[in-house]
Design a binder for this molecule. Structure first.
Ligand code: KG4
Length: 347
């Protein structure tokens, strides 16, 4: 198989992502994105969160049409594909099984190698995706990456494509979860991050203060913040039943400011301790305008070279899975057919 890899001039990777509630397929040729199709699952919004069983079923329905569309938009034939990459974990096990099983079947059918990808590594390496006609701003090694999503909040030291170390991570809720839960308490939709972000722009970030966690090292904790927000609302609503309606924008701005301050404080500590001034952000919460603003502010204040992902790569997508697989392909790292998905965080 390796001989075949060396002879093959163009490397075309099909990436498949199915770790949570987005079914996605992407084609990358020699590091350039040809297509990135995402089928989101509307079914969960009625439940205020992702329902694992429904997610697996929707992936099963969506996966073949999504792959077909990615291949069609890329303008390639399936026989051109050099390798099939898939998200092996972390994520919802039923959802991961759909992508894993598809990758195994397609790899056998096309007689091409299969490459397993860690979803978190994918978020980080999304910064290396190139697009035809667009200037790329790609980080040099080593750099730090703040990975913030609905399930993870981590500070990662990235020394090479395939060498990453988690310096710190949340010991309970993720930053995205904090946004989602606070938004729910304010009567907002799921996911709540974009709702908080939008309203925060009209509010006063200094209107209310919430206690910040005191956790040693580079780890995070967000469950206490959610609880203090809940008790704060309960007490205020006793005095004024319209409190939430009247102060919604101020509440969003204040909670967003608190989450960002917590995230940036630890990130700055890691940057100082490791003497690294190249800092990236990734994951769903990296779409947050306040967090992006904080990165720009730190760049000016501390001379950081910052890397903010395109909005299309902040959410779960298969382009990041395909680019990660490209680097594994070049290093000759392939998967075996007996590989099984994993649900828990590892890098
Ligand atoms: O990475 P992602 O798409 O999915 C996983 O967690 O795997 O992240 C989703 C999270 C949700 O918690 C959502 O509320 C949050 O990202 N999010 C935001 C924004 N857009 C998405 N949080 C704050 N501000 C945003 N603009």
């Amino acid at each position: 198989m390796k001989e075949q890899v060396v002879k093959n001039k163009e490397i075309i990777i099909l990436g498949v992502e199915s770790s949570c509630d987005d079914t996605s397929a992407a084609i990358i040729r020699d590091g350039y994105l040809l297509s990135n199709v995402i089928s989101s699952q509307a079914v969960h919004s009625a439940y205020g969160g992702v329902v694992p069983e429904l997610a697996s079923r929707a992936h099963q329905q969506n996966i073949i049409p999504t792959i077909h569309e990615a291949i069609r938009r890329a303008g390639i034939a399936k026989e051109d594909i050099s390798a099939i990459a898939y998200t092996r974990g972390p994520g919802l096990i039923g959802s991961l099984l759909v992508g894993t099983s598809f990758a195994k079947g397609f790899s056998l059918a096309l007689d091409v190698p299969m490459i397993e990808v860690n979803h978190l590594q994918g978020h980080v390496l999304a910064h290396f995706i190139k697009e035809e006609g667009e200037e790329s701003h790609i980080p040099e090694f080593p750099f730090l990456c703040l990975l913030v999503s609905g399930g993870n909040s981590q500070i990662i030291l990235v020394e090479a494509y395939n060498k990453m170390t988690i310096l710190g991570q949340t010991i309970d809720d993720a930053a995205g979860e904090a946004f989602d839960k606070c938004a729910k308490l304010l009567g907002g939709p799921y996911p709540g991050g974009p709702f908080v972000d939008k309203l925060a722009k009209e509010g006063n970030p200094d209107a209310f203060t919430f206690s910040k966690p005191q956790i040693p090292g580079y780890d995070y904790s967000f469950s206490g913040l959610k609880t203090s927000f809940m008790y704060f609302l309960r007490d205020e609503l006793k005095n004024n039943p319209n409190f939430v309606e009247e102060r919604k924008a101020d509440l969003c701005a204040s909670i967003q400011k608190t989450v960002i301050e917590v995230l940036m404080k630890k990130l700055k500590k890691a940057a100082d301790d490791y003497k690294i001034n190249r800092v990236a952000v990734a994951g769903g919460v990296s779409a947050n305008s306040g967090l992006r603003g904080a990165f720009q502010d730190y760049s000016k204040r501390y001379g950081w070279e910052i890397f903010l992902p395109k909005f299309s790569y902040t959410t779960d997508n298969a382009a990041m899975i395909a680019i990660t697989a490209l680097f594994k392909y070049k290093d000759g790292i392939f998967d075996t057919i007996d590989s099984v998905p994993f649900s828990k965080v590892v890098i």
